[in-house]
Structure formats: C-alpha cells, structure tokens
Design a protein around this ligand. Structure first.
Ligand SMILES: *Cc1c(COP(=O)(O)O)cnc(C)c1O
Length: 396
C-alpha cells in the first residue's frame, strides 16, 4: 500500500495509475510486428499533440536534454552561428550545450522573470544580412522562472527579417499541457521528454522535425551516432529501431497521448490554465509575487514564487519534504534561494492543487512567514468554485 502524496514539482510529474500499467509490460521482441503497433500510433499521436500534419517524430531512450542534442547535432555544423536568449536555467543549459558543441553563440541576456524579446531577435536577424545565423533557439516555457514566451512572435521576427534560420523550440515543460502549434508557428524542431506533460517516467526524448529541418540533416557536420535521426528513420521505415527501444515507455506514451487526445487538447490546456489561475490566486492572497514579471508571461504549468527578502526559499522545499512528505521545486541558478516552485502540470486536478496550496501554507507558517493559514486555499477555492471544470466535448 502506498500513502504517497502527489508531487508538485514541474517534472517528473504524477503518473496516472493506468499510464503506469501501460508501461509495465512483459518483454516484447522489438523485431516482431507487435513493436510497430506501438511505435507508429505513438508517433502519430505525438504529431497531433504538436498540432502538426507533417512533422517527423523521433523517440530516443534519453531525456529532454538528449532531445536538445538531437536537435543541434542533426542540423548544425561546428562554428555555425546560433541565436538564443538566456532567461532562466533551462535556456542557460541549452546555450551551454551549444558552446560545448563548438557553435558560435549570440546570446541575448534577459532578466530572469522575463520572456524572449522577439523584437531583439528581429533586430539581430535583420542585421544578419549574410544569413550566417543558422538556428534560433527558443525555450517556450522557462521552467526555472515560470515564464512562457511567445513562440508565434519569434516566428514573426524571423519572417519580418526574411531570415531562413531554423527555429528550434524547447517545449519540454509546455508540450501536452499548454498550447503548442508546431505548424502554425513554423517550428522546425520541437523538443520534449516523457516525464512532464506526457505524465510518464523519465526516459524518452521526444523530438519532432519539420520538412525544412529534415533537409538540413545531410549537410550537418556535428558528430552524432546515438542521436542520428537518419538511423532512427531507417529503423522506423522497417517498423523497428536502430538499437533496443524502451518498449514499455513507448507503450505508455502511446496510451498517455491517446488519453490527452481523448480529453481534447483544448480541454487539457483549459484544465491547466484553470488550475494555474487558482494557484496564482493563492499566491496573491499570501501577499507574495511570482517571478514572472507580468500576466502575459505567467506559465500554466509551473509557478515560481518569490519569498520575502532575506528568507531562504529552499527551506520551504526542505521543510515540506521532511514534515509533510510533499515535493515542491527549489529555485535554480540565479533565483536559487529566492523562489520556490509549485509544479501544476500533467496528471493534476483542482482538488489536488488545493492540497498543494494547503501544504505550502502549513510550511510557510511553520517557518514563521507572515502567511495566514487558509488564506491561499480560500482564494483558490473561490476561483475554482466560480469557474467550471467540466470539459467541453472533445472533437471526434
Ligand atoms: C525539464 C526540462 C528540461 C530538461 O529535461 P530533462 O528531461 O531533465 O533532460 C529542458 N527544458 C525544460 C524547459 C525543462 O523543463
């Protein structure tokens, strides 16, 4: 028997019981036709979640970080110019990976708590008249700060500059939870992992390539073997894999993506938006502020909450784990000790969120912060009871 509480970290997320069962399989010969019956529907489901009609979807036994590497090494060559913005720990790590691969980075430094400045991207791309910049990176949802960036605006910046660079998007903490439009936004590569919106254990990098990104694969000179999508594509063409696939995880992905599509993507996004709004109501009632600088930037999957000056926010996370067996996220990098994070994505309901809010209140009261027990819960309750959680009927 397990009395484990739900986790409130922004990944890995809570795993629904049925998804766990879908991962738990007897050994299956991945060279038998049964494998194709898992692989192909999983690829087509992920394509639908990405709102793409043409993207080539690839799965690697890896994580989101491996997805970044897949994106870079399959499309770029050493010394290639790449434009990126640093506004949190995850965008920072992707830039660090680019540096370690010998790419030539132009980095727009952004205060943590703000989004990607599409206007700066446009200026830089417009000034690059020789089209030396080969790729533009964008982190859709900065999980460290709870900031959502406007990917459509980044696409408009590329188009306004008439620039042919590839648009590579980290959607690790947005895809499957927040609206993501691969085709509409002209995203060339979308990256995610299994353990966030897809509600699975960690272990899969999920990467989708546009036709334009596929066209760069042959000329890309960065070394790659494990993450070479040419080998992966060859495997898929024969309903196979270039090495041993994690069949249980892929079966789980097939199941989980089916569940998201059955709920209806717009319902999934509305559920996340509503849960997040309740959490933000609680934060306001506590008299605290989000790290995200303005409402247009608020993430629907994670809230990074600033604690009062002089208070070490990490104590909240430690105390919650120790005294209440509840997991919240710590602050990372520049905001370490300044924020704690409530993850509210994946398998989450309004009622689960109320439990997380109530726990955060107990913790803050225990630690002597000026937070009245029940204040955040009441604000969230008030929001939840006056809005509906009834999903609209999913389109067939
Ligand atoms: C979690 C996360 C990653 C890293 O993914 P791993 O699966 O831990 O390798 C990258 N980017 C964002 C935005 C994330 O939230």
């Amino acid at each position: 028997m397990s009395f484990q509480n739900p986790v409130f970290i922004p990944g890995p997320t809570n795993i629904p019981e049925e998804v766990r069962r879908a991962c738990d399989m007897p050994t299956l010969d991945h060279r038998s036709p049964l494998f194709g019956e898992i692989l192909h529907p999983a690829r087509s489901n992920v394509q639908k979640v990405l709102k793409s009609k043409t993207a080539e979807v690839f799965f690697f036994p890896s994580t989101g970080t491996g997805g970044w590497e897949t994106a870079l090494t399959n499309t770029l060559s050493p010394g290639d110019k790449v434009l990126a913005a640093r506004n949190g720990m995850f965008s920072h790590r992707w830039i660090d990976m680019c540096n370690r691969h010998g790419l030539n980075m132009t980095v727009v430094e952004v205060p943590w708590g703000k989004g990607i400045p599409a206007d700066r991207y446009e200026e830089i791309l417009t000034a690059d008249t020789g089209h030396e910049i080969r790729a533009v990176l964008a982190t859709h949802n900065e999980t460290a700060t709870g900031v959502k960036s406007d990917i459509a605006a980044v696409r408009r910046a590329l188009d306004a500059a008439k620039h042919p660079a590839l648009l590579l998007v980290d959607g690790v903490s947005s895809i499957g939870s927040m609206d993501f439009r691969m085709d509409d936004w002209g995203v060339d590569i979308a990256v995610t992992g299994s353990q966030k919106g897809f509600m699975l254990p960690a272990g899969l990098a999920i990467v989708a390539f546009s036709k334009k990104a596929m066209a760069s694969v042959e000329s890309a000179k960065l070394p790659r073997t494990f993450f070479d999508i040419r080998d992966m594509a060859k495997g898929y063409a024969a309903s196979g894999f270039p090495y041993t696939p994690p069949v249980g995880l892929l079966n789980g992905l097939n199941y989980a993506s089916n569940q998201l599509l059955a709920e209806g993507l717009e319902n999934v996004f509305a559920r996340h938006a509503r849960i997040a709004q309740g959490v933000r109501a609680a934060v306001g009632a506590w008299g605290l502020k989000l790290c995200a600088a303005s409402p247009d930037l608020y993430s629907d999957t994670v809230s990074a909450i600033r604690t009062p000056e002089g208070f070490n926010a990490t104590r909240i996370v430690e105390h919650a784990a120790k005294s209440y067996q509840v997991a919240f996220g710590t602050g990372l990098g520049e905001v370490a000790g300044k924020v704690f994070r409530i993850g509210h994505l994946g398998s989450m309901t309004d009622v689960m969120a109320l439990a997380g809010i109530a726990t955060a209140e107990m913790v803050m009261a225990d630690l002597g912060l000026d937070v009245k027990l029940g204040s955040g819960v009441a604000a969230a309750q008030q929001y939840y009871r006056t809005t509906t959680s009834q999903p609209k009927k999913a389109a067939a």
